[in-house]
Design a protein around this ligand. Structure first.
Ligand SMILES: C=C1C[C@]23C[C@H]1CC[C@H]2[C@]1(C)CCC[C@@](C)(C(=O)O)[C@H]1[C@@H]3C(=O)O
Ligand SMILES: O=C(O)CCC(=O)C(=O)O
Ligand SMILES: [Fe+2]
Length: 380
């Protein structure tokens, strides 16, 4: 299976104001220009059935997990927290965490440097240009990657590894791609990524408890994680009802920890309708991804979500996608497999799933099923 949405690497880049036949090869999402345009280019217009609702979506009240007692080792509240997680993950896989132990000044710095990065000129940001087929770097929308249903966003994605010999991987990425003066910014994102990795291992412990397996099982599995961090910038758009910031998808990774600013935009598809997750400045939004759905043998849901854009306000978020080390086999623990609940997904490695989303398939609501079929077909 090969996607038809990957275009040839553009030879030259210019703005959208060119002749139609030149557009495909030379698209570039220059948000400083586009956010003011009354009309948006065709490639950003989503099909009617996928566009935002005309009426504002209702708020989805997701459980708020207070990690304070858990992190300070007061075991009396563990059961309560684990049962809240269990309910959320069986229904839709989304919850908030508060009192998560991440330093407020680190969060503040990470958000301010996200502002700073996206305020740079296009040329400066393009020093970190993401190449087609690679999953790290700066992408102004995905003009080089897809032909239609382009997302109204800019992203900067970088790799985090918890391995000891990679303790400067994020810091070095900023220095090596953007220049020496970006090293201090890289240091902030290095610290932020470390904090996210630690938080995600704590959540993995709770997920182990709530699924009734050995408490350390998933925490140990992800101890050596090879994760992705992504800064998202959704510029204002004069036609917000025709486009999407991030299209409907389930995250292929294992767990996503999202830091939203105070602008609404994130929506989750629950009980056949889109519901919004209203920003809470004290909280991270956490959701289960496809790889954890497979690890839980289908018990916990990786749920469809998307992000809208606004005509008035730009929105910025920071996502940490927890991923296992690329070569680890994703297979549910034996406690979750029995006669009544046989294996739902085949064994796979994260590096194969990542390659599938970058080279063969555009991540959407069906990624895990399409990937499972692909793995099974390849194996026969
Ligand atoms: C493994 C990944 C692929 C995407 C980034 C991470 C986790 C989520 C995926 C994504 C965000 C799902 C929606 C579509 C996508 C193309 C996007 O809009 O960014 C996806 C990412 C990607 O393939 O780059
Ligand atoms: O930025 C957001 O609101 C969510 C982004 C998202 O879902 C993703 O990057 O996977
Ligand atoms: Fe997502």
């Amino acid at each position: 299976m090969t996607i038809d949405c990957i275009t040839k690497n553009p030879s030259t880049l210019s703005s959208f104001g060119e002749h139609k036949e030149d557009q495909q090869r030379s698209l570039v999402f220059d948000s400083s220009v586009l956010k003011q345009e009354a009309d948006i280019p065709q490639n950003f217009i989503w099909p009617e059935h996928e566009r935002p609702n005309t009426l504002k979506s209702k708020e989805l009240k997701v459980p708020v997990l207070d990690l304070g007692d858990f992190l300070s080792g007061h075991s009396s509240s563990f059961k309560e927290v684990a049962s809240l997680i269990d309910e959320a993950c069986k229904n839709h896989g989304f919850f908030l965490v508060v009192n998560h132990g991440v330093d407020a000044s680190l969060i503040y710095d990470a958000q301010r440097y996200t502002d700073l990065f996206f305020d740079l000129s296009l040329l400066e940001k393009q020093k970190a240009q993401r190449k087609v087929g690679e999953c790290f770097g700066y992408a102004s929308s995905f003009t080089g990657r897809f032909r239609s249903k382009l997302p109204w966003k800019e992203t900067l994605s970088f790799r985090f590894s918890s391995e000891e010999n990679s303790s400067n991987i994020v810091k070095d990425y900023f220095k090596n791609t953007l220049g020496k003066e970006f090293e201090p910014i890289g240091k902030v994102y290095q610290d932020y990524s470390n904090a996210m990795s630690t938080l995600s291992l704590q959540i993995m412990e709770l997920l182990g408890m709530s699924l009734g397996v050995n408490r350390a099982h998933f925490k140990d599995f992800f101890e050596e994680n090879d994760s992705i961090v992504r800064l998202n910038y959704y510029p204002a758009c004069q036609k917000p009802n025709l486009t999407l910031g991030t299209g409907p998808h389930c995250d292929p990774a294992s767990l996503t920890i999202l830091l939203q600013d105070n602008v609404t935009g994130l929506e989750v598809f629950v009980d056949n309708e889109w519901r919004s997750i209203v920003p809470n400045s004290n909280a991270f939004v956490v959701n289960i991804g496809d790889t954890f759905m497979a690890l839980s043998n289908g018990r916990y849901k990786s749920c469809l979500h998307r992000s809208l854009v606004s005509d008035k306000t730009a929105r910025k978020t920071i996502a940490f996608f927890l991923c296992p080390r690329g070569d680890k086999v994703v297979s549910p623990p034996e406690e979750l497999v029995d006669e009544k609940t046989p294996r739902v997904y085949p064994d796979f490695t994260w590096s194969t799933l990542l390659e599938f989303t970058q080279k063969h398939y555009r991540a959407d609501m069906n990624t895990l099923q399409a990937f499972s079929n692909w793995v099974q077909q390849k194996g026969t």
